[in-house]
Structure formats: C-alpha cells, structure tokens
Design a protein around this ligand. Structure first.
Ligand code: 9G3
Length: 575
C-alpha cells in the first residue's frame, strides 16, 4: 500500500490520560481511537493486526477440532434468570429493552446461549464431544476501564465451549484447548506463562488455568518459582506450611507466661503497634473481620502477611467475601478495628497456619486502646480451623519443590480455560441419553482469549523508546519501504521496482511515498513498528538499498537482489 493513501493519523504526544505504554503508542501511531471510555475504533493499521491475530486463533482452534460459529450479542434476560446469574451481575451486565419492552443483556459471555443451543439440538451422547467457538464482541460495563484495549467495555473475545459425555472427555477437550492456546500465544510472539488460577465467578468444578503475558502494566500478579515450573495467579498461589502447629496440651504454664493486658492508646495499625511496643510485625496476630455473604468471620493473619480473600471465600464456600467496614466490625465484635482480637471472640475464627505456628504474640484485647501480650495460639484461643488464608509473599518457599523461592511478576491475562463441569447444563437442562439410556447433564469446559487484549499485550512486550515493534506474524505490514525523496526520479523508479518485486512475492509492503522530510518518515516508521525496513536514498543510482530490522541496531547496504533474498529468509517457515 502507498502511505500517501493510508489513513493512520499519528500524534506527536500521547494524551495525558494514556498511562499504559501500549495505549500511548497505539494512539500515537494511529492504530486506535477512543470513541468513549473503554470503547475504541480500530483504524486500518490496528485492524490489520487484529485480523492477523484472529487468523492465528482460527487456524489453531480449527486444528484442535473446534468448530467456528457466531452467536448473537443480544441475549434474552430469561436465559440469565434460568442460569441464576441474572442477579449475580450488577451494573457490569449491560441490559437493554426492545420495542416490546422485553429485556435483553448485551452478551458479556455466552455460557447460557451456547448451553441452551446444545440443550435444544443434542439429545444423545453419541453426538458428543462437540467444541464450538466464536470470535465476537463482548460487552462488560467495567467500573474503571483503563489502559486502552487492556480493559475495555466493548472488546473482541474468542470464546469456546466444549461439551462431553464424560469427565475423561472433558479432560481431553481441556488439554487440547490448553495446547492450542500455547501455540496461539507463541505464534503471536507473546511471552506467556500458563498459571494455576481461581475459577472466580464462573464457578465450575475446579481446574482452571490463566495465560499471562508478563508486562509491567499487567493488572494481575503472577507468582513463579525460582527453581521449578510452578506458577500461579497470586489469588490462588499456595503457601507451604513450614514446621508443625505448636499446640502441645501437656505444656507447663511456666514455659509460656500467661497473657497480660497492655495499654496501647491509638495503636490501630500493625505499624503503630510495632512502633509503640518496639516489636516486629511478625510478632503480631492481626485479626481481620470479613463479611462472608453478610456474615462476619474473623481471620487471623501474622502481622507481616496479607489475607487472601479468595482463599477465605473458597474455605467458607461463600459467594461474596469482602473486608467488613468499620461499623460492621463494631457491631460484630463490640470493638473498633485495630483492637479486635481472637480471645473470647464471639464470631467464627479462621487461623492462618503461620499464626498456628507462633509460640506467642500480641493481639487485640477486644477493648479500645488495649492489646494482650503473650497470647498463645491453642491455649488462649482455639486452633480449630487452621489453614492457608494468606497471600503468598515474595521469597516464600515454593509450595511444590523444596529449594525454590517465589518470584512476583505483573501479568496481563490474555487467555483463561475452565473446566465447568455440569454447572450450566444442569441449570439449563442440557442433558443427553447415556449408553444405558439414562439422561445425564453434558459436561462442559469454556475457553476464552482476549483477542483485542492481545494487541495491547504484544505492544507492551514489544516496543522501544521510539515506538512499536510488531512480531512478524501479527505486524500490520511486513516491509516498510521508505523513499527518502520522492521527487528524485532515480529513487522513485528504483523504489517502485522494489515495491513491485516484493508485492509479486506476496510480501505485504507499505511504501512511504509521501512528500515529507526524511526525519518525519523515519519517526513514523519507528512509530508503526513494521518489522523490516528498506530505505531507498542517495545510493539508488548504484542500485543499492539500505536494509534494517526494527528493534535491532545496524543497517546493511545491499543490492536489490541481496535485499530480496535477505527479506525472503524471514518468510521461509513463517506464518
Ligand atoms: C457477566 C459479566 C461479566 C463477566 C461474566 C458474566 C467474566 C463472566 C467469566 C467468564 C468465563 C468464561 C467464556 C470464555 C472464557 C471466560 N465476566 N465472566 O461470566 F455477566 Cl457482566 O466469562 N466465559
């Protein structure tokens, strides 16, 4: 294509509200433009990248035996009432009414729609397994859309759904999708880690992995081991219990002095308490009150650790767990936050295993401005539900191997695969006759890729201080052919010859034929991030052209033939 023809409005500066690097470059390079908060147009260059990502996804989904289809974005709210999710989602679920005042949801995902389809169309196990997928626009009214395409309110997702008659079948479908995901991200040039994850709101029967593109603007925290290949979303990362609980009922009272109340005026936080008593946070028993489906529960966490609400939620089997606010704490314990403690605590207690292993500690005395010292777990409060309720911390020992320690990374979730089990098929009555004639709910898996998010993840992972550097397989063009001065007949003639030679080989070339100063052309070329560059300049008379790879130092002066060979090498075994 001729750049004098291309619609790609570049910007000298990124708007101040663009924080993520990928967002800045994609705006400045004219790949996307915002229509409204979290809602974007893909301009021609952005759209070319998006279509290449889609092509890779389709090839790998088809290779994995999934069948592409397309479901509507408008979903009757009855389906969401049938699945019981209608009320589970508040303002995030966009609802509209049609001309007959019937309510519809703008689809944020399609479990209900696809399960209803299978319910109505498949009645025998002989017709299974089936895996269906679509690439389609999703709507989620995010509270805080940000970082451009990373967290949008209207975005492109590939969502697939597998239907099996047995758990073994689901396993096979799951791992086939898992492997297809690894190939997709690898072909897109993304550095991605598959991590154990929490099933979150989708529920299902366990078994879920997230695919995380490591990047500084990632909203998720990925935990990896320095030695083995253990990796997990921080929400899910396990903590290895070190040592044994200290409870020994035969202990002599003298061994551990009795509790004593101490006056700690105004010491509401761990830091203030540690400061006042000149002790370490690890010597403090932090009592956190959460509200689990509205019920107050106290969680004991060592002072230098953080509570993991997802783990608390899993243990309690609650649908909703959040930190109790100040008046809930007072109402539940009679004490203000900061002075709540586990001794004679009137609400259920969860004790993190690290607290169960403290020989003694400081804890709230359930009285304003007072704490207890020498509080002994198991003696002064029961250890009945000791478990793993804390967030894994940096350098914790790896829960899987014995030598490694945990490292933290920021990650962008670009894929998520789930074993759903029968959660939706039971709710919606998608059953099949099994071999012995009984009706059984089909066993499902669901598999998502953030297609538009991949653009941002790739831009986050591939850029430098001058602009984007697209991986060849998803680049908007493959070769950027720059004519230094189009007025110079020799240069233009030579450049056109190269342009035709490349196009004849099926190579996607963008020729900068604009009447612009060279500096402007090179700056724009750096912005666009097309991986290979040919510059036709003053050596055109000798039939020489300058070759350069975006993102690498150095240029080489070549004849036209050498340049063609050099470029052809990039496409021998590529996408
Ligand atoms: C909603 C809204 C937002 C949502 C959901 C439902 C996330 C919802 C989880 C999933 C699970 C999988 C198929 C593809 C892969 C992910 N946000 N999820 O279910 F109503 Cl407003 O979407 N779905």
């Amino acid at each position: 294509m001729k750049q004098s023809h291309l619609f790609a409005p570049t910007l000298r500066e990124a708007p101040s509200d663009a924080e993520a690097v990928s967002h800045q470059w994609m705006l400045r390079a004219g790949f996307i433009r915002q229509l409204a908060s979290g809602i974007y147009s893909y301009l021609p260059l952005g759209w070319r990248v998006l279509r290449k990502v889609e092509r890779i996804i389709r090839e790998e989904m088809d290779r994995a035996g999934a069948q592409e289809m397309l479901m509507p974005a408008l979903q009757p709210s009855e389906l969401w009432k049938e699945s019981g999710r209608y009320d589970a989602y508040g303002p995030e679920l966009i609802r509209v009414n049609d001309r007959h005042a019937r309510e519809f949801a703008l689809g944020p995902t399609h479990e209900e729609v696809v399960t209803a389809l299978i319910r109505d169309e498949i009645a025998s196990y002989r017709k299974l397994p089936v895996t269906l997928y679509q690439i389609q626009t999703k709507f989620r009214d995010e509270k805080r859309p940000r970082y451009g395409l990373l967290r949008g309110r209207e975005f492109l997702m590939k969502d697939a759904y597998s239907f099996d008659a047995s758990r073994e079948g689901l396993d096979a479908s799951y791992w086939r999708m898992y492997e297809a995901y690894r190939r997709i991200f690898q072909r897109c040039g993304l550095n991605v880690r598959a991590v154990e994850a929490d099933a979150g709101a989708i529920g299902g029967e366990g078994g879920t992995h997230e695919f995380m593109a490591l990047a500084e603007f990632g909203e998720d925290t990925v935990v990896t081991c320095s030695r083995c290949d253990y990796s997990a979303n921080l929400e899910k990362a396990e903590v290895r219990a070190s040592g044994e609980p200290v409870v020994d009922t035969a202990e002599t009272p003298a061994a551990y002095p009795a509790m004593e109340k101490i006056h700690t005026p105004g010491a509401r936080t761990i830091e203030q308490l540690a400061e006042m008593l000149r002790i370490e946070p690890r010597d403090i028993i932090k009592t956190i009150v959460v509200s689990a489906d509205g019920q107050p529960v106290a969680v004991l966490i060592r002072g230098d650790h953080e509570v993991n609400e997802i783990k608390v939620k899993q243990q309690l089997g609650a649908a909703q767990v959040e930190m109790a606010d100040a008046e809930t704490v007072v109402r539940a314990t009679g004490t203000p936050i900061g002075f709540v403690g586990p001794v004679d605590m009137g609400i259920p207690l969860l004790i993190d295993q690290a607290v169960a292993r403290m020989s003694s500690g400081i804890a709230g005395a359930n009285e304003t401005d007072f704490h207890f010292r020498n509080v002994r777990p198991g003696r002064d409060f029961p250890l009945q539900v000791a478990g793993d309720y804390r967030q894994a911390a940096l350098h914790d020992p790896c829960p899987r191997c014995t030598e490694g320690t945990l490292q933290f990374h920021r990650g962008i979730e670009v894929g998520h695969v789930f074993k759903l089990g029968t959660k939706y098929s039971e709710k919606l009555g998608a059953v099949v006759q099994n071999a012995s004639g009984q009706a059984e709910p089909v066993i499902m898996g669901c598999y998502g890729i953030g297609v538009s998010r991949i653009l941002s993840a790739a831009a986050e992972q591939h850029h430098d201080e001058n602009g984007l550097i697209w991986p060849m397989a998803i680049a908007p063009f493959q070769v950027h052919l720059i004519v230094v001065s189009v007025k110079d007949e020799t240069q233009s003639e030579f450049a056109n010859r190269l342009y035709r030679a490349l196009a004849d080989r099926g190579i996607e070339v963008l020729m900068d034929d604009r009447e612009e100063r060279p500096g402007v052309k090179f700056k724009d070329a750096d912005l666009f991030g097309i991986p290979l560059r040919l510059v036709v300049g003053k050596h055109a008379g000798e039939g020489l052209v300058e070759f350069k790879e975006r993102g690498r130092e150095g240029k080489t002066v070549l004849t036209a033939e050498e340049a063609m060979d050099r470029i052809a090498r990039f496409f021998l075994f590529s996408d």
